[in-house]
Design a protein around this ligand. Structure first.
Ligand SMILES: [Zn+2]
Length: 410
């Protein structure tokens, strides 16, 4: 059968479950030697290889989950470059691009991005889509068609990224209704400087709308270097006042890092209490924020991943933009993201919490049926690498094979 097979591989200890764990053969980088078999697209056997067996020449990872991307603007850099590379420049070039935007152009970018993502090893992706009042609802109809078209290869989730006040309009309510029948998500931006009273008012309306249609919320929040934590503070206050409980994701939260340790601790506890999930986006943050083109500084904001994880906040690491005014590089490749992020964030790939933020937390965030842990009965959705150690994984010559439901892609 084409969707069946066997392999002897190395799997990171925290990414699989095995009954016979007493006999595991684990190397210094926490990679375990195992024999894996799959039948009809599902893992049928997983057992440890003995110490005397030769070390496998391949590392197996579950297919990846991307928690945060922007398919609608990917690859627009060539026509809309932001050569100053700062946040203000990105925003104004992004708005220029909107003037030329058509449904066809967006769908073309989404499909190009999807094909790359599948080829590079993703099994699920959440993408924000810029949403504004003058936009036709037709774009959403087309996007949901693509969601269906690619369903057998990849789970696609869309967030309507709109100004907060959009969710207080009849267009906003109409879109919320449509999103609720396609697993869509309400999105918005809370980045200082902002008017606290208005932000709180419109955020409350958005939360109530989400509650009415049983929708999740994903906010771009505190992606800044000023007024650290101002956005998350307003969000926490608003939830508290409304006594409301809906699933919320905070994307970025990068300015939190400039708060005092005690303040991070205090906010982190509240974030955990409200079960708010966090996505750290180091690539765009490090590229855009705190930039001074005359001096080199290492002072870069990014969500305080380790502190938040210690407080039991579920933190994922995402890629964000690909070749658009916000970030000129990337290719929907999880290994590009890992190769850049892991060293810059000083995250050890042989540690459970690092791999959780890349594989397991993202699966929980997207509410996927499979949590990403390799075990008997899980889908045979793998990326198998020509690699024996982490240095091979983060190498420019990395060779990979992607398996979707047991079948080798290409
Ligand atoms: Zn984003």
């Amino acid at each position: 059968m084409s969707n069946s097979g066997t392999a002897e591989v190395l799997i990171p200890r925290s990414l699989f479950f095995i009954e016979d764990f007493d006999n595991l053969n684990i190397d210094v980088e926490d990679l375990c030697s195992v024999a894996i078999a799959w039948e009809n697209g599902f893992v049928s056997e997983l057992k440890p290889l003995r110490n005397t067996d030769k070390k496998p020449k391949n590392i197996l990872l579950p297919r990846f989950v991307e928690t945060h991307s922007h398919f609608d603007k990917s690859f627009t850099w060539a026509d809309f470059p932001n050569l100053e590379s700062n946040y203000g420049g990105a925003l104004s070039v992004n708005l220029e691009e909107h003037k030329t935007r058509t449904t066809d152009k967006v769908i073309e970018r989404v499909e190009k991005s999807l094909k790359l993502a599948i080829k590079n090893g993703y099994r699920a992706i959440r993408s924000h889509i810029d949403t504004y009042k003058s936009q036709s609802i037709d774009i959403w109809i087309q996007l949901f068609k693509l969601q269906k078209k690619y369903l057998s290869e990849l789970t696609l989730q869309f967030v309507a990224l709109a100004p907060l006040e959009f969710w207080d309009t009849s267009n906003g309510e109409e879109l919320a209704k449509l999103l609720s029948s396609h697993g869509g998500i309400l999105g918005g931006v809370i980045v200082p400087p902002f008017n606290k009273k208005d932000t709180s008012k419109f955020l409350a309306k958005m939360l109530l709308l989400a509650s009415k249609y049983k929708l999740e919320i994903d906010l771009h929040i505190d992606e800044s270097t000023i007024e650290p934590g101002a956005g998350i503070k307003v969000l926490l206050e608003t939830i508290e006042n409304l006594k409301i409980s809906i699933p919320i994701t905070c994307s970025h939260l990068s300015s939190l890092i400039s708060l005092k340790d005690s303040e991070i601790l205090d906010l982190g506890k509240k974030i955990a209490e409200k079960n708010i999930k966090v996505i750290a986006l180091p690539l765009t943050n490090f590229w855009l924020l705190n930039r001074n083109n005359k001096t080199t500084s290492l002072n870069r904001p990014v969500a305080p991943i380790k502190q938040l994880q210690q407080l039991h906040v579920d933190v994922s690491i995402g890629s964000d933009n690909v070749q658009d005014p916000w970030y000129p590089f990337g290719n929907f490749d999880p290994f590009y993201m890992m190769s850049c992020s892991i060293p810059m964030l000083q995250l050890n790939p042989w540690e459970r919490m690092t791999l959780s933020s890349i594989f397991l937390a993202p699966s929980r965030l997207l509410n996927l049926k499979w949590d990403g842990l390799i075990k008997k009965g899980c889908p045979a959705d793998f990326v198998i690498l020509d690699a024996q150690r982490w240095a091979d994984v983060f190498s420019s010559t990395l060779k990979r094979k992607v398996f979707i439901k047991g079948d080798l892609l290409y």
